[in-house]
Design a protein. Structure first.
Length: 82
């Protein structure tokens, strides 16, 4: 994690790329947690799963917003971000 934080200090575009990469993976992680709670623990009530349900949706939006911000960067800065 320390290396990730250090990357964000290099430049705005690199930091944005790091954030994009993180946000892009988290919806799948949340979905996996939901499936695991349902399959292995029989937990399917909304209150138990709410955190992961909300994060799955919100992080999809975060990913898109990061992509939009990256697409507004110059070509040179986009290469640093991606």
């Amino acid at each position: 994690m320390f290396k990730v934080i250090k990357l964000t200090e290099k430049s705005f575009s690199i930091g944005l790329g790091v954030l994009y990469a993180y946000e892009r993976q988290t919806p799948k992680v949340s979905d996996s947690k939901i499936q695991g709670l349902q399959k292995f623990y029989g937990n399917s009530d909304y209150r138990t799963l709410q955190f992961f349900i909300v994060n799955s949706k919100v992080d999809q939006w975060h990913t898109q917003e990061c992509a939009n911000l990256i697409n507004n960067l110059s070509s040179k800065e986009q290469k640093l971000a991606y």
